[in-house]
Write a protein of this length. Structure first.
Length: 305
């Protein structure tokens, strides 16, 4: 049985990451000719082209796109195996790339990192806060936090805790338009939508009754924080997590409605690439976040402006 050409697979992953042969060659310390020969060798072995090449552009072929993920995994596992061996004899060190939702990352993750960095002076954190759904493998993240119901995937997932969502409005809006007592009445109101979550608002009420409502109104945003000013101005109703609306509920600027019909809690998950091999620095961050974010009561509340 012929062994796989692991060097060619690793070079393929580097070309995909750097988006050029010359960039990959510089990044991994090889000549451009060596990189080109490795790709040609791999294409010949697979019997298909991996890249569309022009004088100005390099792009993956349709055949190359799914293989790029496999190549990235091969390279990541090789690095992880080597680093695990080195880490066994020394304190964890190096960079960890961490992705988190924008509002949650700023209000709940960033404040924890000072403690982690103090405990692990050899580790560097590259924190990426965005409400866009990141491709962990393709974008090279070691760890990602995600607040959502997760679809089946090859990623390794750990549920840390549940985060409560609240249906809220400003007192001025409710005074002008009335307070809904049943989700079915929301169709007569202005509802603000969160574009990163597809589908209707789902409610479960007394006796297990279930109601779904499609939010329609004057504002849709891909950030929960971006909806808050319109809420405070009394322009509509929204459904947002407690770490965003908690301070406004506490000081009365927002009011929770439909308390007999609470939204189902949303899971906070920690995701990692499929490989069980991880450097010690990544394991250290996973352990830290799992301990500090495992209880909803430990989640800090975003400061009200």
């Amino acid at each position: 049985m012929r062994l796989p050409d692991l060097e060619a697979w690793a070079i393929f992953a580097a070309v995909v990451e750097h988006r050029s042969f010359s960039g990959a060659a510089e990044g991994i310390g090889l000549s451009k000719a060596t990189v080109s020969k490795a790709i040609t060798r791999l294409e010949a072995h697979l019997g298909q082209s991996l890249f569309h090449r022009t004088s100005r552009r390099l792009a993956l072929t349709e055949a190359g796109k799914p293989l790029a993920e496999h190549a990235a995994r091969i390279l990541a596992e090789a690095y992880a195996a080597e680093e695990s061996a080195r880490d066994a004899a020394s304190a964890p060190s190096g960079r960890v790339r961490l992705a988190a939702p924008m509002s949650f990352g700023v209000s709940n993750v960033a404040p924890l990192l000072a403690d982690f960095l103090t405990a692990h002076p050899g580790i560097e954190i590259d924190l990426h806060c965005s409400d866009a759904k990141v491709d962990i493998v393709a974008e090279g993240f070691d760890v990602a936090l995600r607040i959502a119901d997760l679809p089946d995937s090859s990623l390794r997932a750990r549920r840390l805790c549940s985060i409560a969502a609240h249906t809220v409005a400003a007192p001025a809006y409710l005074a002008a338009h009335g307070t809904p007592t049943h989700p079915g009445q929301l169709g007569d109101h202005r509802l603000f939508g969160y574009s990163n979550v597809a589908g209707p608002w789902r409610f479960r009420g007394p006796g297990g009754a279930e109601v779904s409502v499609k939010p329609q109104g004057p504002l849709v945003a891909n950030s929960g924080e971006a909806i808050v000013p319109a809420l405070l101005a009394g322009l509509g109703i929204a459904r947002l997590p407690g770490f965003i609306v908690g301070p406004y509920l506490a000081d009365g600027r927002l009011v929770e409605i439909l308390t007999d019909w609470p939204p189902s809690p949303i899971g906070l998950h920690l995701l990692t690439p499929p490989s069980p091999l991880r450097p010690a620095r990544v394991e250290a961050l996973i352990t830290f976040l799992s301990e500090r974010l495992r209880e909803p009561s430990a989640l800090s509340q975003a400061k009200a402006a």
